[in-house]
Design a protein around this ligand. Structure first.
Ligand SMILES: [Zn+2]
Length: 138
């Protein structure tokens, strides 16, 4: 059972166009254990509507060095028939690279990682439950 805790959005001004960039932080609990954090970022008014995100899975219950923590950067966009598409991206393309995120995986590594199913399980929840993201694409 997955539960997402939604923080208040952070709004910034986009460097390239002065539009509003929204940054979201979410904590995900699985059977009430903290096991994932994810971030999302998107800007209104850009030509191509997409969000970038990163899902970090691992021992979030402890403050120690994140040995067993891996991060999966991705993009979300809508297909022509308005279905959510999720695409993994390389770590170079990720706007987040904080050490607390653990090892940030490139697309290829991510797809071969045993936790990739968890990643897509979480993105399934994101596109149904994350209201700020849903509004952005609406
Ligand atoms: Zn911009």
């Amino acid at each position: 059972m997955i539960r997402i805790e939604f923080e208040e959005p952070n709004i910034e001004v986009c460097d390239c166009c002065n539009n509003k960039t929204t940054k979201l932080t979410r904590f995900v609990y699985k059977d009430e254990d903290a096991f994932t954090i994810y971030y999302l970022k998107f800007t209104k008014g850009h030509d191509h509507k997409f969000a970038v995100g990163i899902i970090s899975i691992g021992d979030w219950g402890i403050d120690d060095e994140p040995k067993n923590r891996f991060s999966f950067p991705f993009r979300i966009w809508l297909s022509e028939n308005d279905e959510y598409q999720i695409g993994l991206i390389d770590k170079e393309e990720s706007p987040w690279n904080h050490p607390l995120l653990g090892k940030i995986l490139d697309r290829k590594e991510a797809l071969e990682h045993p936790w990739i199913k968890e990643v897509f399980h979480i993105t399934d929840h994101i596109v149904i439950e994350d209201k700020e993201l849903i509004e952005y694409f609406d």
